[in-house]
Design a protein. Structure first.
Length: 305
């Protein structure tokens, strides 16, 4: 299902439990956030910085642009693979949930689903529709996440990346007008601080690297949040809203011939099973009669003695 690019052993909540369905899904995204936040800004060479700066650029605007170019490249290489991994694992969870559901139904022999017990072909048809829906939903979610990632990293500036931290001692439930004013001013001040770096040392290499590292941390933070939101909206939500409709619509559109083929195959299997059991029954009866014959012989022999 894909390995996380992380060597740190985090204490993931409920990691030692065997979970299914929604609980497993929530644990997966908890693990995803740990992994995503653990990815540090990758090493950046002088040649990368020089290429991003170009020729003759040495002002604050050129530093911002160079840092953005570097972060865009680094983010694509180190963050995009997480989208593929998280969605492969989401797909696995949902497909495994189908298998678990079938086992429960077949074990408990629920009368309403008795048809599932008798016709393997019906179960196979149902599983095929389910797996196809999960795969298409996963592909759609992946496409939307990739598109949004490219848009999100296409034009980066400090104003869109500020405001990551909650304010201390802020009453979120009973805030006054003055509290709101202070909160807004703090956010805007944070934006100003993020957008200005001391370049008095004239070291373009380290300045651009530091700007890129700080910008990468902002991208990483928002990335973890919007990927979770995308998966909830475009993978999990369709499972609740669209899957049942997809299944009922599929069987509603099946022709009588298709139904007959599906269930007659099941009848053929039962007929073959009946034939096998009939042969076994005859063999058992023959063995019983032979046993009785041997028993009678022993009884007669005992009477003669």
């Amino acid at each position: 299902s894909g390995e996380w690019p992380c060597t740190i052993e985090f204490n993931i909540n409920l990691a030692d439990l065997q979970l299914y369905g929604g609980a497993q899904y929530q644990r997966l995204f908890n693990e995803f956030e740990y992994v995503a936040h653990s990815i540090e800004f990758p090493p950046t060479s002088r040649s990368e910085v020089a290429s991003a700066l170009g020729t003759g650029r040495s002002n604050i605007q050129s530093y911002d642009l160079a840092a953005s170019d570097i972060v865009r490249s680094k983010a694509k290489k180190h963050l995009i693979p997480l989208i593929e991994i998280i969605l492969r694992r989401c797909e696995f969870i949902m497909k495994h949930l189908f298998e678990i559901s079938m086992k429960i139904i077949l074990t408990e022999e629920i009368d309403t689903f008795g048809i599932l017990v008798r016709y393997d072909n019906f179960v196979e048809e149902l599983k095929g529709i389910f797996d196809d829906f999960v795969a298409r939903t996963k592909k759609n979610c992946e496409d939307k996440s990739m598109d949004d990632f490219l848009v999100f990293t296409s034009l980066m500036d400090w104003n869109t990346m500020s405001g990551l931290s909650d304010l201390e001692d802020y009453d979120y439930l009973n805030c006054t007008k003055e509290d709101t004013e202070q909160r807004v001013e703090a956010i805007m001040e944070m934006s100003k601080n993020n957008s200005s770096l001391d370049k008095s040392n004239g070291d373009a290499y380290n300045t651009v690297r530091l700007m890129a590292a700080r910008l990468f941390s902002c991208v990483r933070y928002f990335f973890t949040k919007y990927i979770r939101s995308k998966c909830n909206a475009f993978f999990l939500e369709p499972m609740f809203k669209n899957l049942g409709l997809e299944l009922s619509e599929h069987f509603r559109k099946m022709t009588d011939e298709q139904y007959e083929q599906m269930f007659n195959l099941g009848l053929a299997q039962l007929a073959q099973r009946e034939e096998t059991l009939t042969i076994q029954l005859e063999e058992t009866r023959l063995a019983r009669d032979n046993f009785r014959s041997v028993l009678d012989s022993f009884k007669n022999l005992n009477g003669e003695l």
